[in-house]
Design a protein around this ligand. Structure first.
Ligand SMILES: Nc1ncnc2c1ncn2[C@@H]1O[C@H](COP(=O)(O)OP(=O)(O)OP(=O)(O)O)[C@@H](O)[C@H]1O
Ligand SMILES: O=P(O)(O)OC[C@H]1O[C@H](OP(=O)(O)OP(=O)(O)O)[C@H](O)[C@@H]1O
Ligand SMILES: [Mg+2]
Length: 282
């Protein structure tokens, strides 16, 4: 049985469960369940704190896990990213009271509050910057400056709403771009079953990122139309009862759907239909 660690709480928990469910796995009904066996799929899920997932994977007591790239790198665990999962996207950034700090070099001699000490220390060391100290906090890091325990913070930023509410402003380049990732133990052969899990999750990613586009187009315009919808390998072109027309089917990136439909219509395609993909194996 493949043993998989999954976040039990926080921003990663719900979307991770949703993705696994879409990939055909059982997921817990009660958020207090700690372990869940899915014998039909030969896997077992362990619901752990998001920050601890990499620790268990690194120790080899579970075979794989879902966590954030930022948490993985901050953990220092002997675990590596295997597949980015496309949700819980965020950046990890420095921020300070609006208008007070504009450059990374100004961090020298400052007190920096964060929940991600390792990420911050590695970043500063690589640039030869010595802060006055790093204050470790568990959360609500944005409040630390107002409450006087730090001069600047380094924290997860998604929309920036929390920073603005605290009167803070980002400065410098992002320290890291993070998202949820599937991780495995470093330097070991892939455990049995990891390939199937990976292929299933890739199937969900593809189903989320692409739609299926069908349209009819006059035969003389097929080349012009398929240039707009090249598909992944090559689009399917089928004959229609009317010999002057052809039917085309191709996968199209979901976010480009409407632009592609407009362009196809301009070329002369008609009966343009969009269908969601429920699951796939490429
Ligand atoms: N607002 C957010 N948007 C996207 N990702 C986020 C956000 N907040 C946290 N994350 C990501 O979630 C992971 C941290 O999960 P964790 O559960 O420890 O914190 P949390 O989501 O802040 O939950 P809580 O603080 O309520 O326990 C990190 O990978 C982080 O990048
Ligand atoms: O840029 P935003 O969209 O505002 O999101 C970023 C905030 O979301 C998370 O906080 P969370 O609500 O989990 O609280 P926490 O700080 O206690 O972890 C994160 O730690 C940031 O504070
Ligand atoms: Mg949080």
């Amino acid at each position: 049985m493949l043993r998989i660690a999954v976040p039990n709480k926080g921003s990663l928990s719900e979307p991770a469960a949703a993705m696994l469910r879409e990939a055909g796995y059982r997921q817990r009904r009660d958020s207090r369940e700690l372990v869940l066996a899915d014998p039909d799929n030969d896997v077992e899920f362990f619901f752990l704190r998001p920050r601890d997932v990499a620790v268990y994977v690194g120790a080899g007591t579970v075979d794989a896990g879902i966590t954030g790239r930022d948490l993985l790198l901050d953990s220092g665990a002997r675990a590596d990213e295997h597949l980015p999962l496309g949700f819980a996207g965020s950046t990890f950034r420095f921020a300070a009271p609006s208008g007070t700090t504009t450059q990374i070099s100004e961090l020298a001699g400052k007190r920096i509050a964060t929940s991600y000490n390792v990420l911050v220390e590695q970043y500063l060391t690589s640039r030869g910057i010595e802060p006055a100290g790093i204050v470790h906090l568990d959360g609500a890091v944005e409040s630390s400056v107002r409450l006087g325990v730090a001069d600047v913070i380094a924290d997860v930023v998604e929309t920036g709403t929390t920073l603005r509410a605290a009167g803070l402003e980002v400065f410098g380049e992002p320290i890291l771009r993070s998202e949820a990732v599937l991780i495995k133990r470093r330097g070991e052969e892939d455990p049995a079953g990891l390939e199937i899990l990976t292929r299933r999750l890739q199937g969900v990613l593809t189903a989320r990122q692409y739609v299926l586009l069908d349209y009819d187009v006059p035969v003389r315009l097929v080349e012009q139309a398929v240039a707009l919808t090249p598909g992944l390998e090559s689009p399917t072109v089928s004959a229609l009862h009317d010999n002057d027309w052809a039917a085309v089917r191709a996968m199209v990136p979901r976010r480009e759907t409407n632009q592609v439909m407009d362009a196809l219509y301009d070329v002369g395609a008609r009966a343009i239909l969009v269908t969601s993909i429920h699951a796939c194996r490429l």
